[in-house]
Design a binder for this molecule. Structure first.
Ligand SMILES: Nc1ncnc2c1ncn2[C@@H]1O[C@H](COP(=O)(O)OP(=O)(O)OP(=O)(O)O)[C@@H](O)[C@H]1O
Ligand SMILES: [Mg+2]
Length: 323
């Protein structure tokens, strides 16, 4: 597998006000390496620069400093060639408001150099793929948020991109539509072997779609890893809750591998262990030695939401502009 996206030392400062005196340093040396066929998620609090980073990587914005290679091409020098191989879809996409969904797709299709029957067939296929049939003749400004999102995804596949950037692809959608779109993204990504770089505030989405996740904060990538490895980084332990009848063998519990702490209250025993899935079987076997009858066992694990909150603590990235 080759490297699809390689970014080194990306810096970006936005300047505004008189003579650009107000500055907002958004990205402060981003390094990224994403393999071909990988789905890579960028998480981080509001205003940390996720959209800015995606815009830079997809050639929509120039960085102040840094190097970017997309599929081996220098994206700062060779933006035109890179744009043939990438595309971007935003959850807050804006299209030509008075054109219908289908007309918008034709407009972008023409920009991508698709002609005649080939363009018509491609657009019809995409309309079908994203269930836009009944909405294809409605002007963009009268489409619902969900339909706008589908249109944006359809547009982003017009040039059969090898690298697809998705900026919050399910923002503002109801849960069932979000799930459908997420599943579609996964199917399309697998079928085409596309590299996908996405931002999201939805932790389930990140966990469902992404092979690896990076956490952006303070202008830098704080950490990168699989959802599991990120959870392990902040985990104080998993909680095993056991509802029981009889007597808990506390001596056994104290000596059991992986037990960090425990508490017993009435018929409920809560045990904090280092790794719930790994320790559960052994714990139950140990406790079942006496007269104990286990009524119910539940395992509470760290979820990505908790990881996000932990990493986002003391975030000062969106404190506004500074002189
Ligand atoms: N064109 C611009 N001019 C000036 N400041 C900008 C510009 N674009 C973005 N910013 C500022 O840069 C910072 C990063 O913005 P960006 O949209 O990349 O954040 P984000 O992580 O995508 O946030 P969100 O989670 O809310 O989508 C913000 O403080 C924003 O106000
Ligand atoms: Mg954003």
């Amino acid at each position: 597998m080759g490297i699809a996206v390689r970014a080194e030392g990306i810096y970006k400062t936005f300047r505004s006000g008189w003579w650009g005196r107000k500055q907002k340093e958004v990205l402060k040396g981003i390094d990224l390496q994403i393999e071909e066929g990988e789905v890579f998620g960028i998480l981080g609090p509001n205003g940390v620069g996720k959209t800015t980073l995606l815009s830079i990587l997809s050639t929509l914005l120039f960085p102040d400093q840094g190097k970017i290679q997309i599929l081996g091409m220098d994206s700062l020098r060779d933006g035109h060639r890179v744009r043939e191989k990438v595309n971007i879809s935003s959850g807050n996409a804006n299209f030509l408001w008075s054109l219908t969904a289908k007309e918008n797709l034709h407009f972008y299709g023409m920009l991508y150099g698709l002609n005649g029957n080939h363009r018509a067939k491609k657009i019809n296929d995409l309309i079908k793929l994203f269930s836009l049939e009944e909405h294809q003749d409605i002007p963009f400004d009268r489409l619902s948020t969900g339909m706008k999102q589908r249109l944006s995804l359809a547009k982003s596949l017009l040039n059969d991109p090898s690298v697809l950037f998705l900026d919050e692809p399910t923002v503002g959608l109801d849960p069932s539509v979000s799930i459908t779109i997420r599943e579609q993204i996964q199917v399309i990504q697998k079928e085409r072997g596309m590299t996908v770089l996405l931002t999201t505030h939805n932790m389930k989405e990140a966990e469902y779609l992404c092979h690896r996740i990076a956490f952006l904060k303070g202008g830098e990538i704080l950490t990168t890893g699989t959802a599991e490895s990120l959870k392990r980084m902040i985990r104080v332990g998993d909680v095993v809750k056991i509802e029981f009848k009889g007597t808990i063998l506390e001596d056994e519990l104290i000596r059991a591998d992986g037990v960090i702490n425990y508490g017993i209250s009435g018929n409920l025993c809560e045990i904090i262990v280092d790794d719930g899935e790994r320790r559960l079987g052994n714990l139950i076997a140990l406790l079942s030695q006496g007269d104990l009858q286990i009524k119910k066992v539940t395992l509470g694990q760290t979820d990505l939401e908790e990881v996000f909150i932990e990493f986002a603590k003391n975030n000062d990235s969106d404190m506004g502009l500074c002189d």
